[in-house]
Write a protein that binds this ligand. Structure first.
Ligand code: UGA
Length: 430
């Protein structure tokens, strides 16, 4: 069987890795970016995805990386995993998807197209109307960045939208391993599958915004949001996942998908109140945190701030909608002097492009040198194990702002500790 994956971002590569590690003898991995293809051929991977990279390296003989359309002729199925970023008006930009379909039309007279990209509801139908001889299968991905191979190979569920029973059967055969492992399969229309993806992502983002809003209330009332969220999550109907209060969600998925869903609904003359509120809370969350910083440092001009964590979440190199970008802008506008650190070189490089004036360090102790305060931006493991003796040695001031609630409020003895949804604490040793 000839299978072609088009679009080699983390979704496309996780698809490739899944297929070659679950029985496919060969997979053609296509991307029009020639530079990306050259580095993939040399087993240089663009993302900080250890499991994904290991599998691709191990199975490299089974993958044909190419940017030549001749290599993708007459496939049994084309998997679309291209990006669908937002246009300025919030609607999804389908130009990469349409380009991929144009290419498929040139190299195949009829086949299956499996859409793994997140696409507006109705996209599969439009493709069906446009193409003859092709069947269109909607199979949304549910992968979190940084663990895309793990999520693809151990999914909570497989969602398949199609019309013909042969198409459902095709996916079921391809995912025999999941069938054997008892992973639930949900068969539905293309529209329902497309909506399931958005509805799931927006639900998760609502959980985050809900806990962040409760955090503000907890703080006002003298409660502790981590205690509250822990006890809430013990009810399996609520669950612990996505209940960590913090600076809010970033990344290429939640913010983008929220906007796209609202746009889709508004075309149907519907305004979705809960997703709207989740998005608004998320925009105001870093501002709420920044106000705490301003309360502590009413004049930020000249204050030395060390930012720890630049990627949109721990363990990635991706800076899309990262909270570090929002905070850096606020700090610079007030004249603060910033130094910054992230363990990922890719994240540091991307940050340097956005803010060339900010001093970046490849080591967190160097970023802390002389800082009046440190600000934890991401939930990186090493930020949860800061050594107080080192902090005392490197820093000038004794204030820690924790945007991810990585410590118990009384953890630090020598530092003032200000987090989210919990009372601030003063040092108990001067
Ligand atoms: C998200 C979903 O989790 C995936 O299921 C989905 O497939 C993916 O989007 C997608 O649409 O492709 P991702 O954006 O990679 O995955 O990252 P998450 O781990 O979900 O985190 C998103 C953001 O929420 C991060 O900025 C993280 O710091 C924040 N977050 C997460 C919180 O603020 N609190 C939490 O409790 C959890």
């Amino acid at each position: 069987m000839k299978l072609v994956i088009i679009g080699l971002g983390y979704v496309g590569l996780a698809n490739v890795a899944y297929l070659v590690s679950h029985g496919q003898k060969c997979v053609v991995a296509f991307d029009c970016d020639e530079a990306k293809i050259s580095s993939l051929k040399a087993n240089h991977f663009p993302f900080k995805e250890p499991a994904l990279n290991d599998v691709l390296r191990k199975e490299c003989k089974k993958v044909v990386y190419t940017s030549d359309a001749k290599d993708i002729t007459d496939a049994d199925a084309y998997f679309l995993a291209v990006g669908t970023p937002n246009k300025e008006d919030g609607t999804a930009d389908l130009s990469f998807l349409n380009n991929a379909v144009d290419t498929i039309e040139k190299v195949s007279k009829g086949s299956r197209i499996v859409i793994r990209s997140t696409v507006p509801v109705g996209t599969a139908k439009k493709l069906k109307d446009r193409l003859s001889g092709f069947s269109i299968i909607s199979m949304p991905e549910f992968l979190a960045e940084g663990r895309s191979y793990e999520d693809e190979s151990s999914p909570y569920r497989i969602v398949v939208g199609a019309e013909a029973s042969a198409d459902f059967e095709f996916v079921r055969n391809l995912r025999k391993n999941d069938v054997n492992n008892g992973v639930p399969f949900y068969y539905m229309s293309n529209e329902s599958a497309e909506l399931t993806k958005y509805a799931s992502n927006i639900f998760l983002s609502m959980k985050i915004s809900y806990v962040n809003e409760m955090a503000r209330l907890a703080e006002a009332l003298g409660a502790d949001i981590t205690d509250v969220a822990l006890a809430m999550g013990a009810d399996p109907r609520i669950g612990h996942a996505m209940l960590k209060a913090g600076l809010g969600y970033g990344g290429s998925c939640f913010p983008k998908d929220g906007m796209a869903l609202l746009e889709t609904a508004s075309k149907e003359n519907l305004s979705l109140l809960l997703p709207q509120a989740a998005a608004a809370i998320n925009v105001s969350q870093p501002l709420y945190f920044f106000k705490k910083i301003e309360k502590r440092f009413p004049t930020l001009s000249g204050v030395k701030i060390a930012l720890l964590g630049l990627a949109y979440k721990a363990g990635t190199s991706d800076l899309r909608n990262a909270l570090s970008l929002v905070l850096a802008k606020l700090f610079l506008a007030k004249g603060a002097a910033l130094s910054a650190y992230d363990p990922s070189e890719g994240a540091r490089k991307a940050f340097a492009q956005a803010y060339p004036s900010i001093q970046l360090f490849a080591n967190k102790d160097d970023a802390l040198k002389g800082a009046d305060a440190l600000v934890i931006v991401t939930e990186e493991g090493e930020f949860a194990q800061l050594d107080e003796t080192t902090l005392l040695k490197e820093m000038n001031g004794r204030v820690i702002f924790d945007g991810r609630n990585l410590y118990l409020p009384r953890h630090f003895h020598y530092f003032e500790y200000i987090s989210i949804g919990r009372a601030p604490t003063k040092p108990d040793i001067e």
